[in-house]
Ligand binder design. Structure first.
Ligand code: NAD
Length: 359
């Protein structure tokens, strides 16, 4: 029986994961039963266990098939030193579970075209997914650091990729494309970066194993332009850690709201098992926690991704996404969401309702 680990976290994390618990019951009604486990993470774990994630929780996560993560953080823990803060729990899990492929879909849902800042005829059918390399590149490369004193201070980061790191995330991208519209755009800066040249060469080699998927190469700056000019041209976008960080947020902006977006972080498990950590892109929203206004769509769509990518239930994933689409098209809305730290004023508030998906 597949093992699900629920890590609710802080703020609205427990509220959005409460809807995921309902869906676990729904899946059981359709013949898919799980062993569900629960553990603390983030601020809740700091308060109760003295660390943002305990060794015991990491051990549970390593045995799980899918981890349903809510959100972490809040004002209570903001003054802690960086190494002890709530988000370190998430970073430790990603690192220790080897979750190297970050899947970030961006979709303009029918009925929500008005949420996109782009004209509906330009963005209306946007349905793309990023595969971002998550454990390498400039966020982890060595050497790094700062030296010197003013006025001669220097700072150094290193962008480094091995062939193996590129190949494994490229395989993840091509496998994903096979289940979609079979088009993959590989994004780098091969014109000015050594890692970009290696990236392009390795992705081209991996593509030979997927003749049914068309491959296009694109420079990252052009990709930013094309995401705004013509986002419907994209299906799967494969890119490195830094470009993926920036461009997937841009695509979230095209979709209109970071708050509706799910995500997955996948690794390479033994015997074909793909352990995954699934989480909404939004944070813990301390400003609305406890008010009943948390929008659960991103958490629900994250559960759909878990059904598809880790739990071997693509039909249930399709049903859940279709139910989400029907609910949104029928007018189910929360208030418009800002991005992380964007501090945007909210234009209006709508009551939230969430019907059970039908199958
Ligand atoms: P945020 O995403 O939590 O909130 C931004 C704005 O969007 C807020 O006004 C919030 O009320 C709203 N919002 C977010 N999700 C919503 C939802 N599901 N329904 C309705 N409204 C929603 O970003 P922030 O304010 O920059 O950060 C708040 C805390 O979350 C911080 O402690 C930050 O470190 C943390 N954070 C955690 C994660 C994570 O756990 N993966 C990601 C980003 C930020």
């Amino acid at each position: 029986m597949p093992i699900l680990l629920l890590l609710d976290g802080d703020g609205i994390g427990p509220e959005v994961n409460a809807q995921v618990r309902r869906l676990i019951g729904w899946a059981a009604g359709h013949g898919l039963t799980f062993e569900s486990q629960h553990a603390r993470i983030g601020g809740a774990a700091i308060d109760a266990e003295g660390a943002p994630v305990s060794d015991a929780t990491v051990a549970l996560a390593a045995k799980a098939d899918a981890i349903l993560f809510g959100a972490v953080g809040g004002p209570k823990w903001e003054k802690l030193p960086r190494a002890q803060r709530p988000e370190q729990g998430l970073l430790r899990l990603r690192r220790e579970l080897g979750l190297f492929a970050n899947l970030r879909p961006a979709r303009v849902w029918p009925g929500l075209e008005d949420v996109s800042p782009l004209r509906p005829e330009r963005a209306g059918d946007t349905d793309l997914i990023f595969v971002r390399e998550l454990t390498g590149g400039v966020y982890f490369g060595e050497p790094r650091g700062q030296s010197g004193t003013a006025p001669e201070r220097r700072a150094l980061d290193t962008q480094a990729y091995s062939e193996a790191e590129i190949a494994r995330v490229a395989h993840a991208g091509f496998r994903l494309a096979r289940g979609r519209r079979r088009h993959l755009t590989s994004v780098e800066k091969a014109n000015v970066m050594e890692t970009g040249q290696l990236w392009r060469a390795v992705v081209t080699e991996v593509a030979a194993s997927y003749p049914d998927v068309t491959l296009a190469h694109m420079f990252a700056d052009n990709c930013a332009f094309q995401l705004v000019r013509a986002p419907t041209q994209f299906d799967v976008i494969l890119t490195d850690n830094l470009f993926g960080d920036l461009l997937s947020d841009l695509a979230g902006g095209v979709a209109g709201s970071l708050g509706l977006l799910p995500s997955a972080a996948l690794g390479e498990g033994p015997e074909g098992r793909t352990p995954g950590l699934y989480e909404p892109v939004h944070g813990s929203a301390p400003d609305i926690a406890g008010t009943g206004r948390a929008n659960p769509v991103a958490a629900i769509l994250s559960f759909a991704m878990a059904l598809r990518h880790s739990l071997g239930a693509p039909a249930l994933a399709d049903a859940l996404e279709a139910a989400t689409g029907r609910a949104l098209a029928a007018g189910a809305r929360a208030r418009p969401l800002g991005g992380r730290g964007m501090g945007q004023p909210h234009r209006q508030c709508h009551p939230i309702w969430w019907p059970s998906p039908s199958y």
